[in-house]
Ligand binder design. Structure first.
Ligand SMILES: NC(=O)CC[C@H](N)C(=O)O
Length: 196
């Protein structure tokens, strides 16, 4: 495959940081928010932000269904934080009307770490990333309450699942795009190349 073209869903959230991290990991990165733009990418990142807002805007911009279709067809996807929530087949505590794209057979709890600690950083050993643990930046982060048989758990923090993979879908509760360490994005770009 030539250099993969990876979109960053640009409805809301930290889009710019993902564009920078993907470019550093040798992908062509571009913001996408319209169904026609979705058709032109090899893979997609769903950024952190606010999952209820992303859900509403996805419906408004007409990308909810086209994106679900592409995910069902196996397009590689990586979601961070709110993006992880958007990839969950089920949310434990959804706001009314909140929908997800789905794609990972898991149940997530929103703002799960929030009660103890709104935001924090912790070293996270992530399967698939060699060397030092990654710096996990958790911002009102969800955790994964439970996963189905097809889901591989890649990392835990304090006994809670914070990174998973199912087929071509990768998700982390934390934000590697905010750290300047591009190893997780490089892992995703490798997934995209393997898929080609
Ligand atoms: N940093 C984040 O993406 C926070 C996620 C946010 N708490 C949500 O529920 O969408």
């Amino acid at each position: 495959m030539t250099t993969p073209v990876i979109g960053v869903l640009a409805l809301q959230g930290d889009v710019r940081e993902h564009l920078i991290a993907l470019a550093a990991a040798d992908a062509v990165a571009r913001p996408v928010r319209r169904p026609e733009e979705l058709a032109e990418i090899d893979a997609l990142v769903i950024p952190g932000g606010e999952s209820t807002t992303i859900s509403k805007l996805a419906v408004l911009f007409g990308v909810m269904d086209p994106l679900r279709e592409r995910l069902r067809a196996g397009m590689p996807v990586y979601g961070t934080c709110a993006g992880l929530i958007m990839l969950a087949d089920k949310i434990l505590d959804p706001r009314s009307g909140q929908e997800t794209f789905g794609g990972i057979d898991m149940i997530v709890r929103r703002n799960a770490f929030g009660r103890q600690n709104e935001s924090f950083e912790a070293a996270v050993a992530l399967k698939g990333v060699d060397g030092d643990p990654v710096e996990g930046v958790f911002i009102r982060a969800p955790w994964v309450e439970s996963v189905g048989a097809e889901v591989e758990v890649l990392a835990e923090h304090d006994g809670h699942i914070v990174a998973v993979r199912q087929g071509n879908a990768l998700a982390t509760s934390f934000h590697p795009e905010l750290t300047g360490d591009h190893r997780v994005h490089a892992l995703f770009v490798d997934m995209v190349r393997d898929n080609a």
